[in-house]
Design a protein around this ligand. Structure first.
Ligand SMILES: [Zn+2]
Length: 248
């Protein structure tokens, strides 16, 4: 067994962060963890950028899919919110633009994509279900990406359906969410049924086995022991705890 210790601040870091109007971002991602995508001025968190580039190259998208918006600073989100209010009014803005501090784009884990066809709409890019965009959708989950704001989940996400907005949550989480039809809010609630002290979630995806559990954070340092021989990842949920993912 090996001992692990997590600081309280880590609740607000990692690829499973829940960021919405009830859960504002608490930590700013350090600039060295952000980089531009290849042939683009759009930036993302480093691992998210690499996985997205790999996915786009796997489906042979070439220049037919373009990144429209990725990482935004808090100030940029404020400017987008203000200009949308000015140009499109309050109802549209509330539906499609997250409040500054509550936008996934400030995490570096979210990307808006468009089919490369003029004109590209910055707020609501065109990303259809078929063709190359359909190919992207069919592979996204196996690379750790989810469509973050699906139709039918508006009451949970607080955002209108956005077929162009993808969020990196990592593996195997995107695949599990897809197979259950969970949005991120539902998935994080679901994972709380698998606490550290109890029965863990065990899943097998593409010949790989994973064990997942939830651990509530202590006020200061949270300690636990893990099987020493297994690689694992940990992410905060930006609420009260941590999600551990063990590769079996
Ligand atoms: Zn977006």
């Amino acid at each position: 067994m090996k001992a692990a210790a997590l600081n309280r601040v880590q609740v607000h870091q990692g690829s499973l962060l829940l960021v919405n109007r009830n859960h504002p971002l608490q930590c700013t991602i350090p600039p060295e963890q952000i980089r531009p995508l290849e042939h683009s001025t759009v930036s993302l968190e480093r691992k998210t950028a690499l996985v997205l580039e790999t996915l786009l190259s796997t489906i042979g998208s070439g220049s037919s899919i373009v990144p429209v918006s990725g990482f935004r600073t808090h100030k940029e989100q404020e400017e987008i919110y203000a200009s949308s209010l000015r140009d499109h009014g309050e109802v549209f803005t509330r539906n499609y633009v997250a409040l500054p501090g509550c936008s996934e784009h400030e995490t570096g884990l979210a990307i808006d994509l468009a089919l490369n066809r003029e004109p590209v709409d910055f707020i609501r890019p065109y990303f259809p279900e078929d063709g190359i965009c359909g190919r992207f959708r069919s592979k996204a989950a196996s690379y750790g990406f989810i469509q973050r704001y699906p139709k039918g989940k508006e009451s949970l996400t607080g955002i209108a359906p956005e077929p162009w907005h993808f969020r990196y949550v990592g593996l195997p989480h995107a695949s599990i969410m897809n197979s259950h039809g969970f949005c991120l809010e539902e998935y994080l609630d679901y994972l709380m049924q698998f606490p550290y002290e109890g029965h863990h979630l065990e899943v097998r995806i593409e010949n790989k086995s994973f064990e997942i559990f939830y651990l509530k954070a202590e006020d200061d340092v949270t300690r636990l022991t893990l099987p020493g021989y297994l690689p694992y990842q940990v992410s905060g949920d930006n609420r009260e705890g941590f999600i551990f993912t063990l590769w079996r």
